[in-house]
Design a protein around this ligand. Sequence first.
Ligand SMILES: [Zn+2]
Length: 308
Amino acid sequence: MKKLSLLFFLICNFCFFSFQSQAIAAEIVIPEKVSQGRGFIIAIKAQAPFTGYIEWRNKKIKFSSTNLNSQHETQVLLGMPTDEVKTQNIRISITENNQNNIIKQTIKPLKVNWVTHNLNVAPKYVEPPKEVLNQIAKDQKTNKATLARMSDTHTWELPFVRPVNGTISGSFAARRVFNGQPRTPHFGTDMRGAIGTRILAMADGVVVCAEPQYFSGNAVWIDHGQGVISMYGHMSKISVKKGDIIKKGQKIGEVGATGRVTGPHLHLSLYIQGVAVDAVPFFSQMPLEIIGGPTKEQPRPPMPKKQK
Ligand SMILES: [Zn+2]
């Protein structure tokens, strides 16, 4: 009979699972609570190579270990939706030395009070004219296919590179009212930058879309693997094309004011298996912050005084 002992530790906000048996020795770190709109890491370490998959919110994310400093390990990124209120089940299947283990756990979403923004844009971006409806439908179809991408390995590495240095002018998941009419929340972060400012890729990946889109303007979408996708919008110039392999920190375009904007800025979105999460916590050094409200917006810096 297989001897399996499960050691269960509860430290801070994380559950540490440690398996010990003749065939399996693995450590798995799973958070207990995650704020709405945050991405989080499932970290797995073992003495021998392993493979497996995570079941999370009706998605199956496969993984396999890499050998680092004679330790076998991997990390998988998952996301908590901005409007999730129910405790979610997570199920992890891990196979090591032909032995399989299943870990089940729950993760509780912590409620966030999102801010509301009233914005004024050109009327065509609130009530799009008939002639652009085909373009909007095409963009939606393309973006849906992009967000459904799911590979078995990833190319991202934490922390991510901040794409532009500019401060935050529009925070993640703000409820938005355009010209007095409510629209979908802001599933991204707006960062200040003058037209022409270099935009850098947050992580290694492959360009899966690089084209003008109606609302996002000139947009670049990069697949970082295992359903992790970054998107950069409103560019004045796109410097890459579909299919390009991108390195972390590589220039992919320049800040602009194309699409539905009130002025030049970078719109940055981060999706994890189709779930939009706040990208800003990913720019800081580890550990990744998984609890907290929306990233604060900084007021516009004062304009330099005109010289007489
Ligand atoms: Zn935006």
